[in-house]
Design a protein around this ligand. Sequence first.
Ligand SMILES: NC(=O)c1ccc[n+]([C@@H]2O[C@H](COP(=O)([O-])OP(=O)(O)OC[C@H]3O[C@@H](n4cnc5c(N)ncnc54)[C@H](O)[C@@H]3O)[C@@H](O)[C@H]2O)c1
Length: 348
Amino acid sequence: MAHTYTAAIIGCGRMAGSIDDEVRGSSSVVFPYSHAGTYQACPRTGLVAASDVLEDKLHAFCQRWEIPNPYTNFRELIDREQPDVVSVTTRPGSHREIVVYAAEHGVKAIWCEKPLCCSMAEADAMVDACERHNVRFNLGVNRRYSSVYREVRRLVAEGIVGEQRTVIGYCAGSALWSHTHASDLLLLLAGDRNVDYVQGTVGADEADFADNHVDVDPSVDSAYVRFSGGIHGYLLATLGYEWEVTGTTGKLRMLNDGQALELRRHGGAGKQLEVVPPPPFERTSSALNCLTNLVDALDTGGGTQGNVQLARRSQELIMGVIASHGLQGARVALPLANRDLYVGKRDW
Ligand SMILES: NC(=O)c1ccc[n+]([C@@H]2O[C@H](COP(=O)([O-])OP(=O)(O)OC[C@H]3O[C@@H](n4cnc5c(N)ncnc54)[C@H](O)[C@@H]3O)[C@@H](O)[C@H]2O)c1
């Protein structure tokens, strides 16, 4: 019989356990979505402990998900329970502290929610701790594990739109809380190519940058990402959550957050594009795919799809966009030189 990995959740809020209740009627989500629901659905993991600083919340969470060992101190949980897998589902201000402690105290795999953290200096510390201790890591950027977006990436790599030229994300949202999803998807759909530089406009004032600590999570109005090989990436603040990859012979659109694909290709004459039925695809739970991928990596000692280096890169892309706005929209080369630029709201 296959080994069962012990798991623990740190931070017993929405993403840990109640988000499925919030989005129950949504057609864009394939359940399970919450971390607790996903551990329950995964035959290879068992939840043994949870931690929250709020005692009432912790006990209600443990009762709902039948978790035997509640802790108000996450360090005690890790030291005593020595879980194989830990979910970090607190808000981003505490991610660095929890991930570094877990990595340094025997946890083998970490599923950390986005945004990774609040500065590149924090991201560097997390990468360093995970790599030094050989910890498997997946960031909670769900679409990276989505069967739809991974299939699109495969089709694009096979040349379904010819030679790739652009990736465009039509979606509005705040830079860290929301657009760490978008920056990761931009990377995924550009084949995780290196980024040469970024430029952006966000909803922050010059004064917000005064002490290198932006205490709002600004909206992203527009972002330009120059990938190596000359591929252009754009984030445009518009209605909905839709994506488009274009190439020399066609366009592939992902409609309504990946619920449908639309493929159009050159039919021959002129610049006319003709609709071609896209290959069929299956939609599965991205959260369960993410956890299964971590478990597989523990089994085999292999890598993960959303590893800590990629997590740092998607964080860096969006931090670069914010930094560019602070420099009146100047090009900002990556890796970002300003490792101490901190973006975080007071209640993070
Ligand atoms: N992947 C997604 O689609 C998705 C969706 C929603 C939220 N998120 C992410 O999940 C994270 C949590 O967001 P949320 O909306 O669930 O927040 P939340 O406020 O509902 O929950 C966070 C919980 O962490 C607890 N906490 C704070 N400090 C702690 C500590 N030191 N030790 C233990 N517990 C502590 C809080 O008391 C709270 O119960 C955020 O990073 C957010 O961006 C991801």
